[in-house]
Design a binder for this molecule. Structure first.
Ligand code: 13P
Ligand code: SF4
Length: 429
């Protein structure tokens, strides 16, 4: 199997990617170990390296030297041994964007919706080790049983998109929208605005939604969730990902002119009051730096070089890219689409490179490549490395619980309301 690490090594030695194409990486720092970036004020190498990290974002302390100097084989052996000792007391959840060296140790692998579900249903585990990013671990903590502990192996595994909507800016936006639209329901009983937050957001924002009659969505159930919101509200405030919001609302027939974008740095989001009166979906100015890299030109090139290619992208990609693709869907949708292809097919995929490389290795009957020829992983998913996994598991064996993600009870109670609404809004088949 090919992971980002091995891909980077391949590129360095041969100048080719895993599919044999001439390739390069977005940052030479990708060849360095993630712990070289712990404690510093940057995301580390990868797509969101240029985004600003909020001052309050968690920082990972120094990883003990024995885990930094151990070979890959030693780390894997230690992880396996610790897992054996811990048995059912620990469950490891892994997101599809994790590197293969982590995925091989996961008990459950999935998209963010499936992992939220898994966190709620894992049997008797005392600890859930979440190999993903911070907002996913927070969600697991909210949904898990009170006595279960959720552990994020590297606290620096945040999400730059989630950071783009902070609770204060959303509260300010809400006050301005209330002043504009009032608080009275219309004749059909619909409130002026329903807040919808993408799963990729802090627990505080999920709590905000729970408090204000809103809901959480993931990329797999965003359509069902928007329909839920339109039944209850005259309009929706959607944060933080403008692209998922726009792509989903467009699919449901909302015209673009009724989807104004809210810039949190400007009064009234950068609009004259009247311009917002006709809004159906107010889109927050947020985006994913991984999915922003995909372009229509890449799709045109893939079609020119691979006649008959099937292009599938994640709905965090810009609208023009989603429109030019053959289909768009969550990470699980992409996986299922590839798995369901009965004839050998060429797929160009617009999502994170670890997942694309894994699909290519898993389905050798197909030709599968990443739309973006430059290798550029999610810089925060990249921060979870076997060194950290071995460290937290061995700490658990000793009876310690490092890197616990614990959402305060009051926040968790409100966030749970919005998350439970989300879990009821099943993804469309
Ligand atoms: P999924 O909901 O498809 O797992 O995506 C999560 C994510 O962070 C995509 O960037
Ligand atoms: Fe966040 Fe984008 Fe990484 Fe997903 S891929 S965790 S949205 S930065």
């Amino acid at each position: 199997m090919t992971s980002v690490d091995t891909t980077i090594r391949l590129i360095r030695t041969t100048g080719r990617d895993a599919a044999g194409r001439p390739a390069e990486a977005c940052s030479p720092a990708l060849a360095r170990a993630p712990w070289e970036f712990d404690g510093v004020l940057q995301y580390g190498p990868g797509s969101s390296m240029g985004d600003v990290i909020p001052a309050g974002a968690p920082r990972q302390g120094a990883l003990p030297e024995e885990y930094r100097t151990a070979s890959a084989e030693e780390l894997h052996a230690r992880i396996r041994a610790a897992k054996r000792t811990l048995g059912d007391r620990v469950v490891i959840l892994g997101h599809f964007y994790q590197r293969d060296e982590i995925v091989q140790h996961a008990d459950f692998l999935g998209d963010s919706f499936q992992l939220a579900n898994a966190a709620q249903t894992v049997p008797d585990a005392e600890a859930i080790v979440f190999c993903g990013v911070h907002f996913m671990a927070e969600t697991a903590d909210i949904l898990a049983r009170p006595e279960q502990r959720v552990i994020l192996p590297n606290l620096a595994a945040g999400c730059s998109m989630a950071d783009m909507a902070d609770a204060d800016s959303v509260e300010e936006c809400w006050e301005q929208l209330e002043a504009l639209y009032g608080t009275e329901s219309d004749a059909a009983g619909r409130v002026p605005v329903i807040p919808v937050t993408y799963m990729n957001s802090s627990a505080a924002l999920k709590a905000f939604c729970g408090r204000h009659g809103g809901i959480v969505c993931t990329s797999s159930n965003a359509e069902t969730v928007l329909e839920w919101a339109f039944e209850r509200g005259q309009r929706v405030l959607f944060f933080p990902d403008q692209h998922l919001g726009r792509n989903t609302a467009k699919k449901l027939g909302v015209p673009l002119e009724r989807m104004p974008m809210w810039d949190p740095r400007r009064p009234l989001g950068g609009h004259a009051g009247d311009a917002l009166l006709d809004a159906r979906v107010i889109l927050w100015h947020g985006f994913c730096s991984v999915h922003k890299r995909f372009t229509v030109a890449q799709i045109e090139q893939a079609r020119a070089e691979h006649p008959g290619v099937r292009v599938i992208v994640h709905p965090e990609c810009p609208m023009a890219v989603v429109d030019a693709a053959d289909e768009a869907g969550s990470t699980d949708h992409i996986r299922r689409a590839v798995a369901a292809a009965s004839e050998p097919t060429t797929f160009a995929i617009g999502t994170e490179i670890n997942m694309v490389n894994r699909l290519a290795a898993e389905f050798p009957q197909h030709e599968i490549f990443c739309l973006d020829p430059v290798v550029c992983p999610c810089s925060t998913m990249y921060r979870i490395h076997p060194g950290y996994l071995a460290w937290v598991l061995e700490a658990l064996v000793r009876g310690e619980t490092p890197n616990v993600i614990a959402v305060p009870d009051a926040v968790a109670a409100e966030a749970r309301i919005a998350l439970e609404r989300m879990l009821d809004a099943k993804p469309r088949a």
